[in-house]
Design a protein around this ligand. Sequence first.
Ligand code: MHF
Ligand code: KIV
Ligand code: MG
Length: 265
Amino acid sequence: MSKTTVSTLQQYKQDGKKFATLTAYDASFAKLFSEAGVGVLLVGDSLGMVLQGHADTVPVSVDDMAYHVASVSRGAVDALVIADMPFMSYTTPIQTYETATKLMQAGANMVKLEGGEWLYESIKGLTERGVPVCGHLGLTPQSVHLFGGFKVQGRQQSQADKLLSDAKALEAAGAQLLVLECIPTELAATITQALSIPVIGIGAGSVTDGQILVMHDLIGLTPGKPPKFSKNFLTDGRDVRGAVAAYIDAVTDGSFPGPEHSFSS
Ligand SMILES: Nc1nc(=O)c2c([nH]1)NC[C@@H]1CN(c3ccc(C(=O)N[C@@H](CCC(=O)O)C(=O)O)cc3)CN21
Ligand SMILES: CC(C)C(=O)C(=O)O
Ligand SMILES: [Mg+2]
């Protein structure tokens, strides 16, 4: 296996080949996932929930992220490592560059930011300075207090129109990847087709170019009630490697996510 890059994912999109990605927070899982053939690993700020036990991702700091990015990058043999920028660490272009510096110097290959058109200048500035960017739209968990809970986004036509124009703005700013979280499958299909960059979905149906799953959901370790769009693959006598292989197979052959893991308009 060779190192996965954005061009690898671009090629998958062109070829209509679905790809599976996972979150990772330490070197051991990063190594196992990478060796099992997962080409992209996200050091998600979900670590605030699945590692630290918080109710949401708001308490996570840049230092927390940098610590886990450093561990994951040591274990991620061939995988592209994406690091989440945490809550309020990218409020201005300058602060965005400072946060990105810490995460890239800790070993990330790309940073991910939650938000739409308002991030245009920051994303353009990052890419001009050599930092690859992944966008994140829909249910952006850092806005959970604004949304009033972890709720499906984009069901109203006005919201759906805004999400599509935000996605186009992120691509125009230079984002090379996009995550769509918890939106109706129909809207995810429209956005995926409208963009030339690869789109990775979670709770966005099987219509996106790739899928992402929080590793704790994959192996049945979710603290509390697992999200509807997630699936425990550590079943049927499988070990962790077997669960990862079953997840990759299910994404590649289009059987995961099914309608029971997806939302409609
Ligand atoms: N374990 C875990 N899995 C995740 O996918 C995840 C995290 N943690 N932490 C960070 C964010 C938070 N996410 C979440 C968490 C809960 C729901 C949830 O409970 N959603 C409802 C849908 C409600 C509706 O229909 O509007 C659900 O039943 O799935 C969604 C996304 C996704 N991310
Ligand atoms: C759920 C994914 C997309 C994420 O942002 C995270 O794990 O923090
Ligand atoms: Mg996140």
